[in-house]
Design a protein around this ligand. Sequence first.
Ligand code: ATP
Length: 344
Amino acid sequence: MRLPGGVGLIILDNLCKSYGSGKHAVTVIDHVSMEVTKGEIFGIIGQSGAGKSTLLRCVNLLARPDSGSVTVGGVELTRLNTRELQAQRRKIGMIFQHFNLLSTLTARDNVAFPLRLEGLSRQEIRRRADELLEMVGMSAHADKYPAQLSGGQKQRIGIARALAGRPDVLLCDEATSALDQETTRSVLALLQDINRKLGVTILLVTHEIEVVRAICDRVAVMQRGQIVESGRTADLLLRPGHPATRELLRQTEDPDGGDASGSDAGGTIIRVLYSGDSAGKPALSEAVRGTSVQFVILHGTVSRIRDVPYGRMTIRLTGPSGETASVISRLREQGWEVETPDVL
Ligand SMILES: Nc1ncnc2c1ncn2[C@@H]1O[C@H](COP(=O)(O)OP(=O)(O)OP(=O)(O)O)[C@@H](O)[C@H]1O
């Protein structure tokens, strides 16, 4: 089935999947529908056991949904026979948490492995494998075996192998979960580069909010087999609507983040959030101008999620209550979101 242009490159429609049968059946994917647009990096995040890996494996039918349909690039994979499915799977690369390299093959031969199925000449296979190794910065390690490589290097080889068939889509299953922070950053930068330079659409699953924050354009939150919330990364992380999203964020928050430390010193403690256009304005100094209200920033983060700048701060305002209330109104007029104590 071909779909008209302008729709999602990956379309999951009402997917359900359970493991086991009868009274032992466990629902792992529960009526999931979602679309991934061509060219984006889309993240699926959730706690362990939420069903993320199973959902990802449904995209290339490594896991078969019990019902619902999977469409990639306009082709409904759930309708194909085995031979047709094999051909379509070449357009979908995949990388794994534990890399899944063949230990008896060198890095170059691991990358070349999928190319052997394409009936290319030896020279052509070698040329293409070396090109891929160069792309992932691994040319110097081409003749090493996986046991001689670090985790980050193994994942680079995994990425090169996944790109061998020039896929439109790259599925990433906890691709950085076995890596330290610095290596994670470099592998994420490589994935972003591949997305930008080759136009490969990336669908990744992770339990790490930092991965989503670093590279995802959009994100869906999964809980107990369902997608409970989805949206643009900055929107979702700055204004989480669902308790599952808030819980994921709470786990990574700076422990001092919500602390109104210094509240004993009097005044009114407010928490503010600004993002996008409101981020460039000197709103705070303008809001207190002409009043006797003074402010102290007790805690703050000024950062960026993808291309959206934002700031989140805890501020103590000191001054007459009427003037403090008017400072808060002015901040709101500037597009700041302000949480106040109940007394105001
Ligand atoms: N092949 C299988 N047979 C039986 N149960 C399975 C199978 N694969 C996954 N499950 C179960 O399905 C549920 C979801 O697993 P899944 O790996 O998709 O979750 P996840 O969100 O990716 O979690 P994690 O990050 O821990 O892998 C779990 O309860 C798991 O035990």
